[in-house]
Design a protein around this ligand. Structure first.
Ligand SMILES: NC(=O)c1ccc[n+]([C@@H]2O[C@H](COP(=O)([O-])OP(=O)(O)OC[C@H]3O[C@@H](n4cnc5c(N)ncnc54)[C@H](O)[C@@H]3O)[C@@H](O)[C@H]2O)c1
Length: 334
């Protein structure tokens, strides 16, 4: 298959690209390198450095490459930032998704896998021991980031209804781990595991834990961690399912079904790295739900997806290997 991957120089996108190339697909990455890294793009893929805001250039790339399918990952994804510069998030996550849909439509490509997020659910209010968030759980974003991703999901749905697009929206929870020399290097880094490992590497004195008084067994928030390689496999399965005409339009949670608390992550990282990893407790962050765990049952059924690398030890072990090999991340020059 000929596949365009937007955001393929980013954390999840780079692993999706590596897995696609490894499975024999022809891949063109479209990325403006605003957040991604040139060296994270697999050698076997072509890189078109292009801002998705440039609809004319985007149209040109689609015309020349003539893809069979698109995986659209490029987005802005910092919750806090989205509440400060909402216009940027609407432009990047909504308008640019529209540009991708229009470029697809004009070029005759109607198969799309879209990266969405747990943030569309807001604060769904599950209790310890609950069965997890399912796709029917009502959405209710509590920040601009989640709202813009939900708006993009809805827009994609209408291209399915009106323009014959076949689409699968994948809602990720916490992508984590490293695969094939590709790891997590967001700047700034908002995710827990790389920040825990930064302390283990001696690059930060301690880890701030936001709130120890959540209604969870150890008082720290519980999240669902899925290995980035398992996520990438789900994208390939989604492309295959779309290609086979099995699915018209669907939305799937990529959750592991089990959660780990911040304290459990730190404890596991201490075991894996052999470092003390001191922590300090600070106040709860507003709008931080105590538990976000998703059921991946529907993805298992529709995609035949079976996350095999998502044990917390494997996730932290692979991330630690990558961070020790790349203590300052990818090279600074993009
Ligand atoms: N990382 C997670 O845990 C997580 C969780 C839920 C959802 N997601 C979603 O997954 C996707 C990828 O996340 P990530 O962590 O890999 O992010 P990332 O920032 O590492 O990658 C995003 C990539 O998109 C590129 N990009 C951004 N704006 C662009 C533009 N205007 N034109 C072209 N390229 C542009 C960046 O340069 C970067 O390479 C996002 O859509 C995000 O919302 C991520």
């Amino acid at each position: 298959m000929r596949v365009v991957v937007t955001g393929g120089a980013g954390y999840i996108g780079s692993v999706v690209v590596a897995r696609l190339v490894g499975s024999g697909h022809a891949v063109t990455v479209i990325d403006d390198l605003s957040k991604g890294h040139r060296e994270a793009v697999s050698q076997g893929a072509e890189l078109a450095v292009c801002d998705l805001g440039d609809a004319a250039e985007l149209g040109h790339i689609f015309k020349v490459f003539a893809p069979d399918a698109v995986v659209h990952l490029a987005a802005r994804s910092l919750v806090g930032e989205s509440m400060i510069i909402p216009g940027t998030y609407y432009r990047q996550n909504v308008t640019n998704t529209l540009n991708v849909l229009e470029a697809m439509d004009v070029s005759g490509c109607r198969s799309l896998v879209f990266s969405s997020t747990a943030a569309v659910y807001g604060e769904p209010g599950f209790q310890v021991g609950g069965s997890g968030i399912v796709e029917e759980t009502p959405t209710g974003p509590t920040n601009v980031y989640g709202e813009t991703k939900l708006a993009a999901e809805r827009m994609i749905g209408w291209y399915g209804a009106t323009r014959g697009f076949r689409t699968i929206t994948l809602r990720y929870f916490n992508a984590s781990g490293a695969f094939g020399g590709l790891g997590e290097d967001h700047r700034p880094e908002a995710h827990l595991i790389p920040n825990v490992l930064r302390v283990a590497l001696g690059q930060a004195p301690n880890l701030a834990i936001f709130g120890g008084d959540h209604p969870t067994p150890d008082g720290t928030p519980i999240r669902d961690y899925v290995h980035v390689s398992d996520l990438a496999v789900a994208h390939i399965r989604a492309l295959e399912v779309l290609d086979g005409g099995i699915v018209g339009n669907d939305t799937l949670n990529l959750g592991s079904g089990s959660g780990f608390s911040v304290a459990q992550i730190v404890e596991t990282a201490r075991r894996v790295t052999g470092h003390a990893i001191p922590t300090v407790s600070t106040v709860r962050r507003a709008g931080d739900p105590p538990i976000l765990v998703a059921s991946g049952e529907r993805a298992r059924t529709i995609l035949g997806w079976n996350p095999t690398e998502s044990s917390i030890e494997a996730i932290i072990g692979s991330a630690w290997e990558w961070h020790t090999a790349h203590p300052h991340g990818y090279s600074v020059s993009r």
